[in-house]
Design a protein around this ligand. Structure first.
Ligand SMILES: Cc1ncc(COP(=O)(O)O)c(C=O)c1O
Length: 424
């Protein structure tokens, strides 16, 4: 077992308690992870992160997605720093803004235009506003459990929001055509948009590939009703395809939302759309003090160049297959029902017969102790800085972690934060 957070981490947590509400907020709160997980980090390089106490881990979280080509990527960061030297947030945008929109339009099949912003939530909120403006209607169809950000209209926790913030939303079950049709029928002539994740990547449950028939039906329902179809590619974008993720199913949305890895961790996100939605997008008032800043746009342009010109997608897909096959073999050898779901490049691991995640917590802690940072209930991410040797390292760690779990499986303590974790 890992010795628990180091002394610098503990000290920072104590200081944070005094000056940061709750000590930390959102998804970075280790209140959601096993006790021995570090809260604070010192650096990232390639596929590895080093915590504030100097322990280095192979990082299968990739910053929850932003790390696509490796932390501190020399080419991408050089583009960022070059632009910083020339000016970042100026009184108006640089030419990079137009170049970036052109790059997206050239790369993403359904896109005729692009608007850049800062966080994924900016992009999904703009998608919602564009759809409402385009249709003059209010109701959104969303898949229950799908995450689209942390603004009042979409945050998964009700604290600080009103019922009105979430009015005009109808929920369906992902991949369930009848449920999607029922939700669209319930929205009736007020349907503004159907939101879809590229695959089911909800926390705590098995991931699921999109059923092509579900995706096609979403497209048809949007066409029949005049609503807009939105694919939220903030998390999955560029790890499934060099295009919108539903392009592999032959389904083109009207709007797609992007963020996280599009500048390899530099702060920028985007809403892309087709001509149908152009007028509405031009008429909503959306902006931010930092949205026109050039440095992240320079990093995004370099990231998109690497996306177009390198074999990163094929390499991370191969690494995902190596990891999946190796883990399946080791879990079976140790006698565990171990479910690996989602695309290999964005896997989620759950143990059979583990309703309160105590096995997952124990195994994840054992991985951490062996230098591999995994997540017990959220999908993970692979990056192009990983090598087959890194995956072998993770597999060796996993083999030992399964043995640790085997020794402790019959006597695992309840996960102290159980109620918090499983109350969705
Ligand atoms: C699918 C999806 N949409 C939207 C968001 C919100 O992005 P951000 O956290 O950058 O606001 C996320 C973040 O995890 C996401 O996974």
């Amino acid at each position: 077992m890992s010795p628990g957070p180091g002394s610098l981490d503990r000290d920072l947590r104590r200081r944070a308690e005094a000056v940061i509400p709750g000590g930390m907020y959102g998804h970075q709160s280790v209140a959601l992870l096993p006790d021995d997980y570090p809260q604070f980090f010192r650096s990232g390089q390639g596929a590895h992160i080093t915590d504030v106490d100097g322990r280095r881990y192979l990082d299968l979280m990739c910053a929850y997605g932003p790390n696509l080509f490796g932390y501190a990527h020399p080419g991408i960061d050089a583009a960022y720093v070059r632009q910083l030297g020339q000016g970042d947030a100026l009184t108006g945008p640089t030419a990079l803004m137009v170049e970036l929109a052109e790059a997206f339009v050239a790369m993403v099949g359904h896109a005729d235009w692009a608007m850049v912003c800062k966080n994924g939530t900016d992009a999904t909120t703009m998608a919602m506003m564009t759809a409402r403006q385009h249709t003059g209607r209010k109701t959104l169809v969303l898949a229950s459990g799908a995450y689209h950000g942390a603004a009042p209209w979409c945050t998964p926790r009700p604290a600080g929001t009103t019922a009105e913030d979430k009015a005009h939303q109808v929920f369906c079950a992902y991949n369930d055509i009848a449920s999607l049709e029922a939700a669209a029928a319930k929205a009736g002539d007020d349907l503004a948009a159907i939101f879809a994740a590229p695959f089911r990547h909800d926390a705590f449950i098995d991931q699921a590939a999109p059923d092509p028939a579900y995706a096609r039906r979403a497209r048809e329902l949007a066409d029949e009703t005049g609503a807009l179809l939105v694919v939220d590619d903030v998390r999955g974008g560029l790890r499934i395809a060099r295009d919108c993720s539903w392009s592999v199913l032959g389904v083109q949305p009207d709007l797609s939302t992007w963020g996280k890895c599009i500048a390899n961790g530099h702060p920028i996100s985007a809403l892309l759309g087709n001509d149908k939605a152009r007028k509405a997008a031009a008429s909503i008032y959306v902006t931010g003090s930092f949205w026109y800043a050039g440095a992240a746009m320079a990093a995004a342009l370099e990231t998109l160049r690497l996306v177009r010109e390198s074999d990163y997608l094929e390499r991370i897909t191969g690494l995902g297959e190596q990891l999946r096959a190796g883990l399946a073999e080791r879990a079976a050898a140790a006698g565990f029902g171990f479910r690996q779901t989602g695309p290999g490049v964005m896997p989620l691991f759950l143990f059979d017969d583990d309703p309160d995640l105590r096995k997952g917590f124990c195994w994840s802690s054992a991985m951490l102790a062996r230098g591999v940072y995994v997540h017990p209930w959220h999908n993970m991410f692979l990056c192009a800085a990983m090598t087959p040797a890194d995956i072998d390292f993770a597999l060796d760690a996993a083999e030992q972690a399964f043995q640790t779990l085997k020794r402790q499986a019959h006597d695992l303590p309840p996960v102290a934060k159980l109620a918090f974790l499983t109350a969705r």
